[in-house]
Design a protein around this ligand. Structure first.
Ligand code: SER
Length: 320
């Protein structure tokens, strides 16, 4: 029987992945934790506790006391925020991962760990189109450097201590339940909220700058599949490239106009546009698709259909 610990359960990925894992492994077997309060459905459907991943002593006690067998470590300072406080972001992103790796090494019951990497591991010297799984990796952001170092540490622990650590290099994730915070790809969520709520959006990324994205439903399915696939089938020892589609703000704005014809977008590129410039525009994820037998099901039209509908629903609830 699996007993799963989620770190970062109140965040953009955690608030959805927790519910999916509870539906598979049983509500009582999925322990949601975060430094901030969780949405009501997380707190009501199973165990939730405030827990700081930086506090290694509490963390290891929690893991032993609850007989945890799998850990999903989702907490991180994203790319935009990390540039504002570089050393603090490095400290949080690296030390939280090291705490998890050490616990996985020390606690025999831990069978598997999931830790997300990012397209931010790539830099300006990587081919920008269809960036391959194996390529030059010279990230120029603190976030990217921490993710690349994290990938190396995961591989080190996996080889040296035979720990089963699995990872995906997520692109921008588009979702409606919990908004992301402090990322360079956040525009792809903000644009829908502002379109529905204000009819206009000021975008911090240039109109034609395409970026790799993935709808949350597809990201969750891929994550669960990766964790359930037999280890012998996984050919990538570090972190898999993964993507759903490549889209620019201009393209998303045009698609939103199917619903909101008067939608206005203007552009005020800031430092995050330079970050985006250093990242790939599209990703080759053929290896993960084969290894875990997965493919994305949401294209731009389907994403817009769901985002406009769900954000409109939220607006009417708040409006009432
Ligand atoms: N969504 C992340 C960011 O923008 C990329 O992995 O920082």
């Amino acid at each position: 029987m699996e007993r799963i610990l989620i770190i970062g359960a109140s965040g953009q990925i955690g608030s959805e992945l927790t519910l999916e894992l509870r539906s598979i492994y049983g509500n009582e077997n999925v322990y949601a934790t975060d430094v901030k309060e969780a949405p009501p459905d997380i707190k009501e459907s199973g165990p939730f506790q405030l827990l700081d991943v930086m506090d290694d002593k509490h963390l290891i006690h929690f893991v032993i006391r609850n007989k945890i067998t799998q850990i999903y470590h989702l907490a991180a300072v994203l790319s935009g925020n990390a540039e504002k406080l570089p050393t603090q972001a490095w400290h949080i992103n690296m030390n939280s991962l090291m705490n998890i790796l050490e616990i996985a090494r020390l606690v025999e019951e831990i069978k598997r760990v999931f830790w997300p990497s990012s397209i931010a591991v790539f830099g300006k010297t990587t081919p920008r189109n269809n960036s391959p799984q194996l390529s030059v990796m010279e990230p120029s952001t603190v976030y990217g450097i921490s993710k690349l170092a994290g990938e190396r540490w995961c591989e080190y622990y996996s080889h040296r201590y035979n720990i089963d650590i699995r990872s995906l290099r997520y692109p921008g994730l588009i979702s409606f339940k919990t908004e992301p915070g402090g990322g360079t790809t956040d525009w792809a969520v903000e644009i829908y909220y502002d379109a529905v709520n204000k009819g206009k959006y000021t975008c911090f990324i240039e109109s034609s700058r395409a970026m790799p994205m993935l709808f949350m439903h597809d990201a969750i399915q891929a994550t669960v599949k990766l964790m359930e696939t037999d280890r012998s089938k996984l050919t990538c020892q570090t972190s898999y490239n993964i993507t759903g589609l490549s889209i620019s703000p201009g393209q998303v704005a045009d698609d939103i106009r199917r619903y909101i014809p008067g939608f206005r977008i203007d552009y005020k590129p800031d430092f995050r546009n330079s970050i985006a410039e250093s990242w790939p525009q599209s990703i080759d994820d053929s290896i993960v698709r084969t290894d875990i037998d997965w493919e994305p099901s949401f294209d731009l039209k389907k994403i817009t259909d769901v985002m406009v509908k769900e954000v409109t629903k939220k607006k009417s609830v708040i409006g009432n």
